[in-house]
Design a protein around this ligand. Structure first.
Ligand SMILES: [Zn+2]
Length: 77
């Protein structure tokens, strides 16, 4: 399924909830839209998981994990 990210970030409950989900209750979500115009609220972990498993095709993203920049930033401080 081809989806596009809207870039909007907000808190809520993930609509996808894969086994790697980080927002089963409340977490940071982004909104993606499908080709049919449906909007899905999904957490970053599920978004990446679905991209890696090729379930979702997201323009501008690669189907591989990105460097964990958050961890690097924390180690500096
Ligand atoms: Zn999720």
């Amino acid at each position: 399924m081809k989806v596009e990210t809207t870039g909007r970030i907000f808190e809520g409950q993930c609509a996808v909830r894969t086994e790697v989900c980080r927002a089963r209750e409340i977490g940071a979500l982004t909104a993606v839209t499908t080709a049919e115009g449906e909007q899905i609220h999904v957490c970053g972990a599920c978004l990446q998981h679905l991209s890696e498993t090729s379930a979702w095709h997201i323009p501008g993203t690669r189907p591989r994990p990105r460097p964990r920049r958050v961890v690097e930033t924390r180690s500096i401080w």
